[in-house]
Design a protein around this ligand. Structure first.
Ligand code: ASP
Length: 879
């Protein structure tokens, strides 16, 4: 029993010893220095709450009391900051938190480094990678923050924006945003908001530049007033987008802007996971006790959350350190040569400490810079600021709001809207109904675009109000880079949509947004239909070229003569003149010179003669000639038929090149449109020439397409116009026609102000209309069914012309003929030689002599058709 008692006593003593040893590693009260601005009650409350939380938590520093040594400072008063820091050091502290302003914070950083006591900073560094000494920074670095800003601008696709900033350091802070400019296609402007400057004026200036995207880098407390004044001058519409760089936008009351549909985006470091946790301690510390604060103030400032996390970090690190060693906390004097013995150790443990705080996951790199944190992406919706995604150092942006939800939001917005639509009168896209005087509002209009708008409004549920563009122009940029026409009205936000035959161009895309094209087209030439030619008297000669006719005549002569010669030469064409007496010595040849010509012309004319060749050689010539005539006559007949069916018309110009080369016919285009811009910007030599010519005679430009058409009708003028309009005009006016194909390829789209949320749903609706065939039906209706559209244009010489047959087409027939004739000559020679050899075997004459003699005897005289057979051999061979 005694031994049992002893054992129990030992265990109790042992447990007590362990507890005592842990407890004795630290003094019972641990002081933590806080250097805060004296006007920042919320930050002070957060400090107090952090300390209380640790003291209540039995798992961190049990049995010890954490105590805050708070000094309230004037923001820029570095002298007092130094004094306060020295005072805190002399009372024995484990580290500093704050101050929250930059010059004072840098001062404490150097004090803490010299005394070797950890210091937690709470504001972002402007300059990255400077040695931190004994400081850790809980605030994310500017470098990483500006990366987040840059990522969001990339996803938003901002190609132009203005940065509104207060201090010059902001430009260092937003370094990464400026780097977006490297590819030169991003336009960045800067506007400094100097003290006392009117926000309204600044916003107005930005608006005048046509800028709709603004990066707002100003103090949190100025944001609401800035938005208010921007709203007054119409800079807070659905076409304006703001990226607010303050991490405290969630603390600003934005209720009056919620219905304005302005795109406001910001980031929040304070983690949304702590929403509930915060509710428990949202109390104001007043008169020595906590009081519940009003519901409106339930948002937590970043700095307050950072202070809270700083307290927790010190407590956790100290807890870890004191489990290994005994920590002595002593009074230190600012001028003391001896640093705090445990400072370095504590600092290293703090760098290793990881925990989940009010600002999300807390982790540091070896420099004491915060890493691996995430930010909430906030957007202002009708219900208030909402989290739409997160950005973190590892994966960048991740949206949590689904695309369908975003589209759904816009569709909901559209359903309640009456969109202001600007248009231009240009048939058949938009026309005034007759009689226009009795009609008002949208009823005055009709046309393809009106029907399209009606279809879109049915599908998307918006209402619309149409007005005509004030200056009657589509929109072009002048030498001062100022737009006119419908584009100007969109830039000025006087209209929500521009719907007309408005061409999508690169230059316009920079100023406004376009939907998907609803029609495709290209520039072409409108010109008077050429007059028909009076048929020529000798048009039957047209199917063959002169060259071929000449060759045919020569061939005819050649073949006839060859017939004559070969027939003379071959013994088989010689027959007894008296057919009743085959032994007669008188031989006759039917191929006299005239008969040879008669035979060939007979077959050429597809007739016949009673003369028929008998020898193989002459028959070969005949076969070749017949083949030749067969092909030639069929080709001639076929081509003649085509010539007679197609009435050839002559146009003085057949292409844009023809226009460029001549000077007698004037040509022009619309004065303020994309066609003019096309020629102005073109790099193709002939278009450049055309542009120079047009520019030298400004009267060639027209105010409207109608004026252009009238000028073409008056004659000696070609109008450069878009093919869809040409199609419409030429279907109604048979005197006009399109010359040549398209000079380019483009489309008409609906334009919206830059950044318009309506672009995507309208584009989707256009695609649907296209797939449903509605766009096709609308075109059929307005181009060919409504108000005429009956002209059928005949083929003219510049499109499908009939060409005479050249030697290239029929040359092969000549070759075949020549080859055949050559063959016939050879056969004839063989025939002759064989017969001659037989007859000269006894006489031992040479073949040549025999040929000469016989040739002489036969006599190549024209008209000689018979001779006396001299040798028996000729007779024999004939037998
Ligand atoms: N559709 C053109 C435009 O949008 C008009 C033209 O230049 O022919 O400017």
């Amino acid at each position: 029993m005694a031994s049992f008692c002893n054992t129990t006593i030992y265990i109790q003593v042992g447990v007590m010893c362990v507890l005592f040893s842990f407890a004795s590693n630290l003094p019972s009260v641990v002081n933590l220095g806080g250097l805060l601005n004296d006007d920042d009650k919320e930050v002070e409350n957060a400090f107090q709450h952090g300390v209380d939380e640790i003291n209540e938590d039995s798992s961190i520093l049990p049995t010890k009391q954490l105590s805050m040594r708070l000094s309230k400072l004037k923001p820029q008063d570095t002298f007092h900051t130094f004094q306060a820091a020295c005072q805190q050091l002399s009372s024995g502290i484990i580290g500093f938190i704050g101050p929250t302003t930059l010059p004072s914070s840098s001062l404490i950083q150097s004090v803490s480094t010299s005394i070797e006591i950890p210091h937690v900073r709470l504001q972002s560094d402007y300059i990255a990678n400077v040695p931190n000494g004994f400081s850790l920074n809980l605030h994310p670095s500017s470098e990483l923050l500006s990366k987040a800003f840059r990522d969001i601008l990339d996803t938003r696709g901002w190609m132009s924006y203005t940065i509104v900033y207060e201090s010059n350091e902001a430009l260092i802070k937003l370094k990464k945003l400026l780097e977006r400019d490297t590819n030169k296609s991003v336009k960045i402007s800067f506007r400094q908001l100097k003290p006392g400057m009117s926000y309204k004026k600044l916003a107005k200036d930005i608006g005048k530049q046509g800028e709709a995207n603004i990066v707002l880098d100003i103090s949190t407390w100025k944001i609401k007033e800035f938005f208010k004044q921007a709203q007054d001058i119409g800079m807070m519409t659905e076409y304006h987008s703001y990226l607010v760089t303050s991490l405290d936008l969630h603390t600003v009351d934005l209720r009056e802007f919620q219905r304005g549909r302005t795109n406001i985006t910001a980031f929040r470091l304070v983690s949304s996971d702590h929403e509930k946790e915060r509710q428990g301690w949202e109390w104001a510390y007043e008169g020595g006790q906590y009081k519940k604060v009003s519901q409106q103030k339930k948002t937590l400032k970043t700095k307050a959350a950072l202070v809270h996390d700083a307290v927790k970090m010190f407590a956790l690190s100290l807890h870890n350190m004191s489990s290994d060693i005994t920590v002595r906390i002593q009074s230190i004097f600012c001028d003391s040569p001896e640093p705090w013995t445990h400072g370095n150790h504590l600092l290293n443990i703090m760098k290793e400490t990881k925990f989940k705080g009010l600002t999300g996951f807390v982790e540091f790199d070896q420099n004491g810079t915060r890493t691996n944190f995430s930010l909430d992406i906030l957007e202002l919706k009708e219900e208030g600021l909402r989290k739409v995604g997160t950005w973190n150092t590892q994966f960048g942006i991740q949206f949590s709001t689904k695309y369908e939800k975003l589209v759904g939001d816009v569709l909901r917005q559209l359903r309640n809207r009456t969109l202001e639509v600007v248009t231009i009168i240009n048939p058949p896209y938009m026309m005034m109904k007759e009689p226009a005087e009795q009609l008002t509002g949208n009823d005055q209009f009709e046309g393809y675009c009106l029907d399209l708008l009606e279809e879109l409004s049915k599908r998307l549920g918006f209402k619309y109000k149409i007005h005509q563009v004030r200056d009657g122009s589509h929109g072009s940029k002048n030498e001062h880079d100022e737009w006119n026409g419908m584009i100007r009205e969109l830039i000025n936000k006087e209209a929500d949509l521009a719907l007309a035959d408005l061409t999508i161009t690169y230059e316009r895309e920079e100023a406004v947004d376009f939907t998907m094209p609803f029609m495709n087209l290209g520039i072409s030439i409108l010109f008077r239909t050429p007059t028909k030619n009076v048929p020529k008297l000798f048009s039957f000669l047209s199917p063959l070229s002169l060259e071929v006719w000449m060759y045919m005549a020569t061939t005819y002569l050649g073949v006839s003569l060859l017939f004559f010669l070969l027939a003379r030469l071959t013994p088989y064409e010689w027959v007894p003149s008296n057919s009743c007496n085959p032994d007669s010595n008188v031989l006759e040849n039917q191929f006299s010179l005239s008969n040879s010509f008669w035979f060939t012309i007979g077959s050429l004319m597809q007739q016949g003669t009673e003369i028929a060749p008998k020898a193989i050689s002459t028959r070969v010539v005949a076969i070749m000639w017949w083949f030749f005539t067969l092909i030639m006559i069929s080709s001639y007949t076929a081509n003649l038929a085509a010539f007679l069916t197609v009435q050839r018309m002559e146009s003085p110009i057949e292409s844009a090149n023809d226009l460029a080369k001549q000077s007698s016919i004037q040509y022009g285009c619309l004065k303020f449109g994309s066609t003019k811009a096309f020629f102005k910007e073109s790099n193709i030599e002939s278009y450049k020439t055309m542009w120079r010519v047009m520019q030298s005679q400004p009267t060639v430009f027209t105010e409207s397409n109608l004026e252009g058409v009238e000028r073409v009708l008056r004659g000696n003028y070609a109008y450069l116009m878009e093919s869809a309009s040409i199609e419409y005009i030429t279907a109604r006016n048979c005197e006009l026609e399109q010359i040549d194909g398209l000079l380019d390829s483009k489309g008409y789209g609906i334009a919206t102000p830059k950044g318009s949320p309506y672009r995507t749903p309208i584009s989707n609706a256009i695609l649907e209309l296209q797939e449903d065939g509605i766009l096709y039906l609308l075109k059929e209706k307005w181009w060919f069914r409504k108000y005429g559209g009956h002209c059928k244009h005949e083929e003219t010489s510049h499109s499908a012309s009939t060409n005479e047959l050249g030697l290239a087409n029929v040359g092969g027939v000549f070759v075949v003929l020549l080859t055949g004739l050559g063959l016939a000559c050879m056969i004839s020679m063989i025939e002759f030689i064989l017969k001659t050899r037989r007859s000269s075997r006894n006489e031992r004459d040479s073949v040549l002599l025999d040929f000469q003699r016989k040739a002489r005897r036969i006599g190549f005289r024209c008209g000689l058709t018979s001779h006396r057979a001299e040798t028996s051999s000729w007779k024999q061979s004939r037998d």
